[in-house]
Design a protein around this ligand. Structure first.
Ligand SMILES: [Zn+2]
Length: 396
């Protein structure tokens, strides 16, 4: 057979194309994990040392729950155990976590800071492209949410029954029964971080609610169509669209999450809310006074709706990341408003550094016991409060 004589231009084009394709594949496979590792650090790797008393109590908890994790943002395959980041399904099951709120990040402004962020920039398009996510999600915030929900559904299918997605009261009741027979499983409910994902169009709420969104954080790091962010420019109150959104959310049993809301927005929502309000991840000014954290009056207001305040586990929330600091924020809140309104709101995998990954949650019990918190209150704080509110307030 006679060798074919290809022109040099053709040969170099083929080589160039092959190099380009290998580079694109390498970027998809390597860069997202590099970013994930860099953004979600743990100060101390497992295993963690915990007293026998705390271990015994932790192992006896039948419902450990946390309100806030951004793990879906990173496109980490959560069915596999990783050496980086704060959680995945194997580590959640090892940690006896019954239910985790997966709160979907959908827009992050450039130059992100805690004091003042404009709403006109967005730095998620490039990561979504590099992660190989659908083109429809590169620019459209609703699609970014729906894409992450699709990925969660696929993880649940691939998990072989070890991950359930909870969307209704009935889902939760069934899951509770199933888990009494087999606790080799965990579950997620779906929140979103910032109602900018609706693009100011109330009809979009139907798409989100049909996809299983059951909690909406009104604002994230910038003011949006609903109202002001604690980190926005104007930091204003609720808009007309915001009022409409809350009334439509209440009709559908979608929970309102006030994390990141401006003080004025919190006050406005407190004055119109008819259902329990959630703060999925926060600190409290009583132990860590900054623009992000809640005042005593705000905490009392949220508790008076029957809601739950999730205490976060990163530096800006608690002014320290160790279990002792987290426990003191929990105790402060519990003393102020009652243990029945306090929960965990780690912000695991939320581009934060934590002192431990999800398997370190028993360390918090150690510190709560040292602070004299009763076993009964610890059970409420570690998850029973979240279970109570969701059983009553998820969609039918
Ligand atoms: Zn957040």
């Amino acid at each position: 057979m006679r060798p074919q004589n290809f022109s040099p231009i053709f040969k170099y084009s083929v080589i160039g194309f092959a190099i380009l394709m290998s580079t694109i594949i390498a970027i998809h496979m390597v860069v997202p994990e590099m970013i994930d590792k860099r953004m979600n650090k743990v100060t101390l790797l497992p295993p963690y040392t915990v007293s026998p008393e705390a271990t015994k109590l932790y192992d006896s908890l039948d419902f450990v729950s946390d309100l806030h994790s951004d793990v879906l943002l990173w496109k980490r395959d959560i069915n596999h155990q990783h050496q980086h980041g704060h959680q995945d399904i194997p580590r959640m099951i090892e940690a006896n976590v019954a239910l985790q709120g997966f709160t979907i990040v959908n827009k992050v402004p450039r130059g992100l800071n805690f004091d003042s962020n404009p709403s006109d920039s967005d730095q998620l398009t490039l990561p979504f492209a590099i992660q190989g996510r659908p083109f429809s999600s590169w620019y459209n915030l609703t699609e970014r949410v729906l894409t992450q929900i699709n990925e969660l559904e696929q993880y649940a299918i691939d998990s072989g029954g070890r991950l359930k997605v909870i969307k209704t009261k009935r889902d939760l009741s069934t899951y509770l029964i199933d888990r009494t027979e087999n606790n080799n499983m965990t579950a997620a409910f779906i929140g979103i971080e910032g109602a900018q994902a609706l693009h100011g169009d109330i009809k979009t709420l139907n798409d989100l609610s049909s996809a299983g969104v059951t909690m909406i954080g009104l604002t994230h790091f910038f003011d949006n169509e609903v109202g002001g962010s604690a980190h926005g420019i104007v930091k204003g109150g609720i808009t007309e669209f915001g009022r409409l959104l809350i009334s439509e959310m209440e009709k559908r049993n979608i929970l309102v999450d006030l994390s990141h809301a401006s003080p004025q927005l919190i006050n406005d929502v407190l004055s119109i809310a008819n259902k329990p309000l959630i703060v999925s991840h926060t600190g409290v000014k009583g132990t860590c006074d900054n623009i992000r954290n809640l005042s005593d009056d705000q905490l009392k207001g949220i508790a008076s709706t029957g809601g739950v305040i999730g205490i976060a586990m990163f530096e800006a929330a608690t002014c320290g990341t160790d279990a002792k600091t987290i426990a003191s924020a929990i105790k402060y809140t519990s003393d102020l408003v009652g243990a029945q309104h306090v929960g965990l709101g780690s912000d695991f995998d939320g581009a934060v550094t934590t002192a431990f990954d999800v398997t370190g949650l028993p360390k918090i019990i150690d510190e709560l016991l040292k602070l004299g918190i009763s076993e009964q209150d610890i059970r409420l704080i570690m998850g029973d409060n979240i279970k109570r509110v969701l059983l009553k307030n998820l969609p039918d």
